[in-house]
Design a protein around this ligand. Structure first.
Ligand code: SAM
Length: 220
């Protein structure tokens, strides 16, 4: 991955990393390296640059957000990504989470589905700065997954759903892991594993708030 220059942001990034660690996030060295290698300020609109390293979600476009750094670190760590894996992300947004996954899979591949054409383009432009060749942004309804490249070792849903869409379980490989925010106005982060005996819940943590996963066809 070719890195753009980090400019005036290293102090802010170091402060954010310190804050995350002190509040129980970003415990994995590889995920910390990914945070340093794909700096968040490269994934937000210019109007938000002053807040790039504050621990809050920020508006991008189409009323959508780049997720809060603590949430991205929690989801990425729980997902337990290994080199060489094939990952499906639902909700590309800015492309920051995709870039972090791209860093962690090495020669593996990330497919990321986004429903807004403007955001898919925004993410692709952001990702281009890093010369990543292992992220494929797909325009479409991610609630249907992306069966063309299934099965996936890991699936990450970055928008709130009332339940995990059934098609995503079908597209997960055996022993694969899926994570997503499930609930109504507030959600629980739920980590599930597909085993030979069915889907098993591994972890759950409450009090998350994501923008909704918009399900075009109303299917489960
Ligand atoms: N992962 C993103 C990042 O790193 O910036 C943040 C994702 S944002 C919280 C949620 C995204 O999910 C939005 O970009 C939204 O447009 C997208 N989304 C919502 N419903 C979707 C659907 N059915 N299919 C694909 N994308 C969807």
């Amino acid at each position: 991955m070719t890195k753009p220059k980090i400019g005036n942001f290293p102090t802010s990034l170091n402060n954010l990393i310190k804050l995350l660690k002190n509040s129980g996030f970003l415990n994995d060295d590889n995920v910390e390296s990914a945070f340093r290698d794909v700096p968040r300020h490269e994934f937000i609109p210019e109007s938000e640059l002053d807040y790039a390293y504050s621990n809050e979600p920020l508006p991008i476009m189409n009323k959508q957000t780049i997720s809060q750094p603590s949430v991205v670190s929690r989801m990425t760590e729980w997902l337990d990504v290994k080199k060489g894996q094939k990952i499906l992300e639902i909700g590309t947004g800015s492309g920051w989470q995709s870039a972090i996954l791209s860093y962690l899979v090495g020669d593996g591949t990330v497919y990321s589905v986004e429903r807004h054409p403007e955001l898919a383009k925004f993410a692709q432009e952001n990702l281009k700065k890093f010369n990543t060749d292992n992220v494929h942004v797909v325009l479409g309804d991610g609630s249907q997954g992306y069966s063309e490249e299934s099965p996936y070792d890991r699936i990450i849903i970055t928008a709130a759903c009332t339940e995990i869409p059934l098609s995503l379980f079908d597209q997960l490989s055996e022993n694969g892991i899926i994570i997503g925010p499930v609930g109504g106005n507030t959600q629980s982060l739920v980590l599930l594993k597909k085993t030979s005996r069915g889907i098993v819940e591994i972890k759950r943590e409450s009090h998350y708030v994501f923008v909704p996963l918009v399900r075009e066809f109303g299917k489960k």
